[in-house]
Design a protein around this ligand. Sequence first.
Ligand code: ATP
Ligand code: MG
Length: 585
Amino acid sequence: MIPVRQYWHLLADYLRPHRLRMVLLAVLLFSGIAFQLINPQIVRSFIDQAIEGADRSDLIRLALTFAVLAVGHQVLSVVATYVAENIGWSATNELRADLAEHCLRLDMGFHKTRTPGEMIERIDGDVTALSNFFSQFVIHVVGNLVLLVGILVLLFRENWLVGLGITIFAGTALLAMVGTQNVALPWWKRVRERSAEFYGFLGEQLGGTEDIRSSGATGFFLHRFTRHLRVWLPDAVRGFMGWAVLWSTNILVFAIGTALVYWLGSRLFGEGTLTIGSVYLVFTYTELLRQPLDRIRHQMEDLQKAGAGISRVEELLATSSRLELQGGSSLRPGPLAVEFDAVTFAYQDGHEDIGEVVLDDVSFTVGPGRVVGVLGRTGSGKTTLARLLTRLYDPIGGRVMLDGVSIRATATGDLRRGVGMVTQDVQLFRASVRDNLTFFDPGAADETIMEVLFDLGLADWVYSLSDGLDTQLESGSGGLSAGEAQLLAFTRIFLKDPGLVILDEASSRLDPATEQLIERAVDKLLAERTGIIIAHRLATVTRADEILILDRGRVVEFGERKTLAADPDSRFSAFLRAGLEEMLA
Ligand code: ATP
Ligand code: MG
């Protein structure tokens, strides 16, 4: 039921560095409880002594002790909460970081099947539930259990009948509260699910605002919006009703408890077994029970939530990447030779079943420093080929080799340094131009960046920005045109200086001025490097030494560009005659 052991197992490593603080926490917590338990005893003495007509100075001393202990208890509980939150968050932050790092290492198949919302929930939501659980588990469960037991023991010491009565009361109260909670909570869970569905829906719609409005689908989405709200409403009402029932059960139970104490108290006082001060003591202790009982009930719920969180976190950590590293060969700097050896690939998104074959027995070689132009209709597998080279996926058959070594055996860092890719739609981050260019590498000097920008003809553009390199870009396309975004991506590649450049050309058309800039940039980019350019425009193709034509995942033509162009029977020359743009549409 309570996943304490599992939880401990998971967090033990993360908690170990905080051992000292945990000891401190325990000390704070237990002193606070002691203060809380001692205080009613002082009041009892005060009442009894006052009735017996004790000295004023004695009474004042008691009152002062009471005040000190009461304030002390409050201070201790504040400090204890601070320490517990601190431990909880430091420990779970490390877990968050580990989870995030683990997820970044997983293959793209994993990421494609999960929405951003789900990833956030997995990495942050579940862990936050754990950290709440931790701080509250220690403070509320351990603390309150000790408090509960302490109260009962002290009551027994006072009078066994009172002790027994209150123990039975506490037991029944807890059972009654947990019982109603078990009825009410599923209702509440339903409300949470509804709200998650609603926000998921909303997030998706807001992301697509531009498309929805331009396609005139506003009415349709408003309709779905109201449908969500309509399902949500009855569930929400029932959920809140559940809370109300839970709440009134609590009040009722404690009303019964108070009545019990009054009854027992008046009888025992009448018999002369208890002094009036002791009756007060019993009354206060019973009132004091309210908090631990309520907390423990409440924590039952959190414990269950944390249990679900734990198993999800463990599952995520156990998910292994389909990309296994088989060695740590290094890549030498300079132009790289590329070889595809009978590569077959199918996307395998999340599930075990393999999808349609996207690349089928693809073989070709490109010498170091050579440039191959990849052509093919949309969906023929060009981008996929590039993804295999950057090892976002591994092929299901055959080998991808750089400089004669399978990239499975190449150290990941070397591969990332050695291969640069400009994708069809460039992703920019909500950060400064500088960070976008250097990928947040603070080591890159401004002069180097400006030099590259100047070389690429982008210097004027940067000067035109309000804050130069410090100008903040927006996320997504960064508020830039497709051409500008591509040029920024080129700059990234230059700064990284890889031996192999993969250029997945955007299929959108560019204005002539930008096109010229891009042509120049591509020329510079390909100098002294091996290039794989996925071309959608004739101008790009003419730069290639070799041409590779893909059709439905198969290589249907591969050869030297000049030879193919001169051969009237080749597909390439047919492409050239018909006009590349038309053929590839
Ligand atoms: P374009 O010229 O439009 O860019 P492409 O040649 O780059 O097309 P790919 O993106 O490689 O085509 O896609 C090849 C095939 O693989 C297509 O049928 C596509 O539907 C499929 N595909 C692409 N990406 C994925 C993915 N992440 N998961 C599953 N299938 C995919
Ligand atoms: Mg593509």
